[in-house]
Design a protein around this ligand. Structure first.
Ligand code: NDP
Length: 406
């Protein structure tokens, strides 16, 4: 597919080929960051760690930097900078702080940058990594949701290759392999359905953050876990897929698959469907990105289909899960609306996690922010990245005001 496979340099190193790959981890203390570290620390001979970053978790950041002998460690929260320097004292690890430090570290030469910061905050540093032409293992879906073709164009200009980490997109990437775009009839992403798959809409009105944080299959950071429970995550993923696999929005969809064993499917014009299956362990897709275009053994559990017995599928119910429909509507409205959707969702999820609003209010808040954007004529196509930041900021301020009205 054009946006992924064309005009980029092949990786020049990888475990198993005897070469050493320089790797940076943006969001090293998160769920994706830790899973990546688990893989690369099994092969210290194959990796040199350039940068590791965190927002507030200075203790884990410093320990990771020392253990991996990173060149630089960045703590975004500047109030923890002194502590970071103290923890790294006497070592060769350089300490930086703040968003400027993050962007500086992300731009340091590396073969592979794992973009695993949560939310819109990941856009700026990931762009810095893109600009140096690195291969990007892209976990942060918000980069593509918010900046869309501005992001993919910038990657193409810099010769940066994007490898999708999200398990569904990684599955599609594997299922497409060398097939050409014209032969694809449909791309389907699977969704577990989250912890409330069988709940009525009314039941969901009173669920607590603790209930919503109990994902049936995956262990992930808090924000994406809530997005999985509302199915906003699947909507964001469809938008992400539209940029990674530009086959046209009418060929993209999602299907609920509670076992999370099939991650993505590609139906071809001859009726053949290629699916990728695997255990629900992010080390699978991460390993594929780390070793691409090769494969390497992983510590993931092996699938035992006979024990699993059955794999089931059902349609997404947009009545009970309106966030999914809102994401599709935002995508259809043009490149400005997904910025509004994403920003409002981040504010709504934060409010829910902090106990300031209810679960079903997440989608309502997003919808009301989108309505305001439309009514106010705020959904223009962003001309550049500065426009993306301005629209994000506007949508956040609207959503914050709306939370207080609920
Ligand atoms: P986590 O919340 O577990 O980790 C987020 C990481 O980003 C942490 O290192 C955190 O630092 C850092 N961080 C948080 N806020 C900021 C900020 N404002 N500026 C800089 N750094 C920040 O997230 P996940 O690992 O779950 O998700 C990361 C990305 O990957 C998301 O975009 C998600 O959608 C995507 N993804 C995740 C999957 C998963 O299995 N977890 C699956 C597919 C995609 P600190 O620890 O100090 O807060």
């Amino acid at each position: 597919m054009d946006d992924i496979a064309a005009s980029a340099q092949p990786l020049n190193a990888g475990s198993g080929d005897g070469l050493v790959r320089r790797i940076s981890l943006l969001g090293a203390t998160g769920s994706i960051g830790r899973n990546t570290l688990d893989l690369i620390e099994r092969h210290p001979e194959a990796y040199e760690v350039v940068a590791v970053t965190a927002r507030t978790n200075v203790e884990e950041l410093a320990a990771t930097a020392l253990r991996t002998r990173a060149e630089v460690a960045v703590i975004v929260d500047e109030t923890r900078y002194d502590e970071l320097k103290q923890r790294l004292a006497g070592s060769s690890v350089e300490a930086l702080c703040g968003v400027d430090g993050l962007v500086e570290a992300a731009g340091r030469p590396a073969d592979l940058v794992v973009a695993a910061i949560i939310g819109f905050a990941g856009l700026k540093p990931t762009l810095a990594a893109v600009d140096q032409g690195a291969t990007i293992a892209l976990a942060n879906k918000e980069c593509l949701v918010a900046a869309g073709s501005l992001f993919t164009d910038r990657a193409e200009t810099a010769g940066a290759r994007l490898l999708p980490v999200d398990s569904e997109h990684n599955a599609v990437f594997q299922a497409i392999a060398d097939n050409d775009e014209a032969s694809i009839a449909e791309i389907l992403l699977t969704a577990s359905g989250g912890p409330f798959r069988t709940f009525t809409y009314d039941d969901m009105k009173s669920v607590t953050p603790a209930q919503a944080l109990k994902h049936p299959n995956w262990s992930m950071g808090a924000k994406i876990t809530i997005d999985s429970a509302t199915l906003m995550n699947k909507g964001l993923e469809v938008i992400e897929a539209a940029h990674l696999f530009p086959v046209g929005a009418d060929k993209l969809g999602a299907i609920v698959h509670p076992q999370s064993i099939v991650h993505g499917l590609v139906r071809y014009i001859d009726g053949s469907v290629l699916a990728q299956l695997g255990p629900h362990d992010m080390r699978g897709p991460l390993s594929y990105c780390l070793n691409w275009p090769r494969r390497a053994p992983t510590p993931c559990e092996r699938l035992d289909l006979a024990t699993l017995g059955s794999l089931t599928f059902e349609p997404v119910d947009v009545e009970r899960f309106p966030a999914f429909g809102l994401a599709l509507a935002a995508m259809a409205a043009g490149p400005g609306m997904p910025i509004v959707l994403n920003a409002a969702n981040e504010i709504a999820v934060e409010a829910f996690l902090e106990g300031r609003s209810g679960f079903t209010e997440i989608a309502r808040l997003v919808e009301r922010t989108m309505n305001r954007a439309e009514a106010g004529g705020m959904v223009e196509t962003p001309a550049d990245i500065a426009d993306v930041f301005a629209m994000d900021e506007w949508a956040r301020s609207q959503a914050r005001a709306l939370v207080n009205e609920f």
